[in-house]
Ligand binder design. Structure first.
Ligand code: ADP
Length: 227
């Protein structure tokens, strides 16, 4: 049994464009992420960052290669197993927060825990603690529309880690924010990940933010390079 949380072996992915043209996005990629790994992924727009993250997050399939999650071959796993792993073991953060507008910050962090079977009091305590860690405890009862862009994104980070996933996958988590806000919000994300001890794969086009991560990889011409 491997020590890796996620391991991609010779993953390839192409899209069929008009006619018989094939657009190769990922070409025989190997990538392994262990517990506590904090990996920054940079690439020019259109290089395939989102495609790679979707495959890592079991939201999309590859054409060739194998994906192992906690030693289990995901190609051979049932849809139910993939769904449960996605729900319990993987946290997602996107460029836009996608918070539920009719619920408070606290409720947005509580809900995924209830869906996962946690009791309401424990879920509320964990949500309160996470919001405290990102300096939003006093905004817990505010709705997303009453929060700034950076605050909304910090709530989305808390929601993503609420169920203590083994790995967090983030696709341009501060891409929608101005530079100064990006910096503090990105720091909040890194400290949440570090405190929780989970692994993370964080895509950003911002080289300065990528430099804050221990391990950096670049995606170029369908291949991954260490940075
Ligand atoms: P990034 O996140 O790095 O900007 P994406 O992974 O979103 O890149 O996309 C990589 C390339 O694949 C882009 O050229 C995009 O147009 C193309 N692409 C993405 N999804 C599809 C699809 N469903 N069909 C055809 N081409 C796609």
């Amino acid at each position: 049994m491997s020590d890796f949380i996620l391991s991609l072996n010779k993953i390839s992915k192409s899209y069929q464009t008009s006619g018989s043209e094939k657009l190769t996005i990922l070409s025989s990629i190997d990538l392994s992420i262990a517990a506590g790994d904090l990996v920054g992924l940079t690439a020019p727009s259109g290089a395939g960052k989102s495609t790679l993250l979707h495959i890592c997050g079991l939201l999309d399939t590859c054409d060739q290669g194998t994906i192992n999650f906690l030693g289990q071959d995901m190609q051979k796993a049932s849809d139910m197993t993939r769904t449960l792993i996605r729900r319990r073991e993987i946290g997602f953060v996107y460029q836009f927060h996608h918070l539920l507008p009719e619920f408070s910050a606290l409720e947005n962090v509580v809900l995924p825990q209830l869906i996962n079977g946690k009791n309401p009091q424990q879920a509320s305590e964990r949500a309160t603690e996470l919001l405290r860690l990102v300096d939003l405890k006093n905004r817990a009862n505010h709705r997303p529309s009453q929060l700034s862009g950076g605050e909304q994104q910090r709530v989305a980070f808390c929601r993503a880690v609420a169920n203590e996933p083994k790995i967090l996958l983030a696709d341009e988590p501060t891409g929608n924010l101005d530079e100064k806000t990006s910096d503090t919000v990105f720091e909040a994300l890194l400290s949440l990940v570090e405190i929780s001890g989970m692994a993370a794969l964080i895509a950003t086009h911002n080289e300065n933010l990528a430099k804050k991560m221990k391990r950096r990889i670049k995606l170029k011409n369908g291949k991954i390079f260490s940075d």
